[in-house]
Write a protein that binds this ligand. Structure first.
Ligand SMILES: [Fe+2]
Ligand SMILES: [Fe+2]
Length: 134
């Protein structure tokens, strides 16, 4: 899945992270098609999971910093998605790699970027004040 300018949420760092996430999906898909060993595919899924964790924590920190009201719900959506990646990771240990699931993940991510992520990003780029105090 190629990055497209319509995926931009208007915050460069977040766009870069989304680009990297999509890159992980492509790498996994390519590893499956090129019939790499199951362990190569598995390791790529682990890398995706770790990066998704990092990205979701990063977004949570931003939403917390700017007091985004949808933070809790947004995090629940992230947790649900991480569970699905973890279940996919377990299947890959059983050598069950389903390429269609990767497509579903990719579709989910694009929808999430253009929906929920755009909501918090819009709040930030339209001048929300930092609310987090030490
Ligand atoms: Fe995101
Ligand atoms: Fe998100």
């Amino acid at each position: 899945m190629e990055w497209q300018s319509t995926y931009s949420v208007g915050i460069e760092e977040i766009d870069n992270q989304h680009r990297e996430l999509l890159g992980h999906f492509s790498t996994i898909g390519e590893a499956m098609v090129s019939k790499k060993s199951w362990s190569d595919v598995h390791f790529e899924i682990v890398k995706l999971k770790e990066f998704a964790h990092f990205h979701f924590r990063f977004e949570d920190a931003l939403m917390s910093l700017y007091g985004c009201p949808q933070r809790e719900r947004h995090n629940e959506i992230h947790v649900q998605f991480l569970r699905e990646i973890e279940s996919y990771e377990r299947s890959s240990l059983r050598r069950q790699n389903d390429k269609e699931v990767m497509q579903l993940f990719t579709d989910w991510l694009v929808k999430h970027i253009q929906g929920d992520d755009r909501v918090y990003a819009h709040r930030i780029i339209s001048g929300a004040k930092v609310v987090l105090t030490l």
